[in-house]
Design a protein around this ligand. Structure first.
Ligand code: CA2
Length: 145
């Protein structure tokens, strides 16, 4: 059986590696995608890796995951702190959703402490840099065994 995991990325994550390496690390999103594909191959997961700067596109991809994926890992970027629409979209689908962040959002500005998406998600991983993606994929692999 093919086990497909959507790895969804929100706004500004296409800029990784260009600025703020002290917060987000030096890897580009393409580097992280390559890491996820390698980890997915080891875990027996097909990784469908995407990025958008548009909130509604993330909503559409979450809906697509309802039929098209067994689990979702999502770094919603700043939309995690603002978007009730993403909260609702996560609640509207069946596959487990794992929220992840590169940085430890609880050790940063207060406006990053709250995520509206986290209560709708199965769990949240943050603060491990690019390794947060691999931890989220491992969690996804275990959830859908
Ligand atoms: O730590 C994370 O993964 C975040 O989701 C990254 C978001 C931020 O708004 C969240 O609070 C935490 C930012 C995405 C990347 O933004 C950049 C900003 C400057 C340079 C490069 C990327």
């Amino acid at each position: 059986m093919t086990r497909t995991v959507f790895v969804l990325n929100g706004p500004n994550l296409n800029m990784l590696g260009k600025r703020e390496p002290g917060i987000y690390g030096g890897k580009t999103l393409a580097d992280i995608e390559a890491d996820c594909r390698a980890a997915g191959a080891e875990l027996g997961l097909t990784v469908d890796f995407r990025q958008t700067n548009h909130e509604g596109v993330l909503v559409d991809w979450l809906h697509e995951a309802d039929d098209g994926a067994q689990a979702v890992c999502i770094n919603p970027g700043a939309y995690g702190h603002t978007s009730i629409a993403l909260h609702d979209a996560i609640r509207a689908i069946s596959p487990p959703v794992i929220e992840l962040h590169l940085s430890n959002i609880h050790a940063r500005e207060e406006f990053r402490h709250r995520t509206w998406t986290a209560p709708a998600a199965k769990g949240i991983i943050c603060g491990f840099g690019a390794h947060s993606y691999i931890l989220a994929l491992r969690a996804a692999g275990e959830l859908i065994q």
